[in-house]
Design a protein around this ligand. Structure first.
Ligand code: 3QA
Length: 238
């Protein structure tokens, strides 16, 4: 089995690669389309890891390459997000039930916000992977929330924009890549799951909070991703 793990920023994948190095897994690298793909051998299985760079287009490139070039059969996204729901605090972990693009707007033609013809406003994450994530969280004694993730090519750092995204999409968290990975995986019929740990609250203090908590929140998500790999049958002794 080949699983692909995508982060947007280097901070989101470094804890994973460091863990695999520490476990003396065999790691090789390949450059393609402006990204470095780390191929990690774990027993008989392989994982591909890459950070895409920030934003929906970059994440779509990485997801496409992982699937169409490297043959990944499942995709996990690991990273941080801005919390929109009141009960989401810094360090909390969330998986996406479904994802949308909050910056898609062809409403001039009467279409709902976020909607693209022949596509849909929301794309559901894989229910089997999400169920597995809940099982893993329970085993870890970790609180795992599930909610709607809105993605767009904007770092949300204002109360008014935050409230607008909640109102229009009912979103619980905001980030800049998940929905594009969802579109790619959906197009190729590849199951995917998006994990995000909260780094900020997408409000006026988001920039300061993000800088302060990026690394620690990214580690929370990466740690959970490793446990997911174990649950997917990877022989990891962590
Ligand atoms: C932010 C990262 C991008 O990949 C999306 C973090 C956390 N809080 C968010 C928020 N709004 C939108 N997205 C997020 N990720 C990139 S901008 C900072 C770049 O600094 C999720 C996310 N409130 C680079 C150093 O200059």
């Amino acid at each position: 089995m080949k699983v692909g793990i995508i982060g947007a920023m280097i901070e989101e994948v470094t804890p994973l690669i460091e863990t695999f190095r520490r476990l003396h897994c065999s790691i090789s690298q390949e450059q393609l389309g402006g990204n470095t793909y780390y191929k990690v051998k774990i027993g008989e299985k392989e994982v591909y890891i890459a950070y895409s760079k920030i934003g929906k287009v970059h994440a779509a490139i990485t997801a496409s390459v992982m699937i169409a070039h490297f043959g990944c059969e499942k995709i996990l996204f690991s990273g941080v997000a801005g919390g929109l729901a009141k009960d989401l605090k810094v360090g909390d972990l969330l998986i996406a039930s479904k994802l949308c693009q909050h910056d898609v707007d062809i409403s001039a033609f009467g279409h709902p916000l976020g909607f693209i013809p022949e596509s849909s406003t929301f794309i559901q994450a894989d229910s089997a992977l999400n169920a597995l994530a809940h099982k893993v969280a329970k085993q870890m004694g970790k609180n795992l929330k599930e909610g709607i993730i809105a993605s767009g090519d904007q770092f949300i750092a204002s109360e008014s924009k935050k409230m607008w995204i909640i109102k229009e999409f009912g979103a619980d968290a905001v980030e800049m890549e998940g929905a594009s990975v969802a579109v790619v995986c959906n197009a190729f019929n590849v199951p995917f799951c998006v994990f995000r740990s909260i780094s900020d609250s997408a409000d006026g203090g988001a920039d300061v909070s993000f800088d302060k908590f990026l690394e620690s929140a990214a580690k929370v998500s990466a740690q959970f991703t490793l446990e997911m790999l174990k649950a997917l049958g990877y022989a990891l002794e962590i």
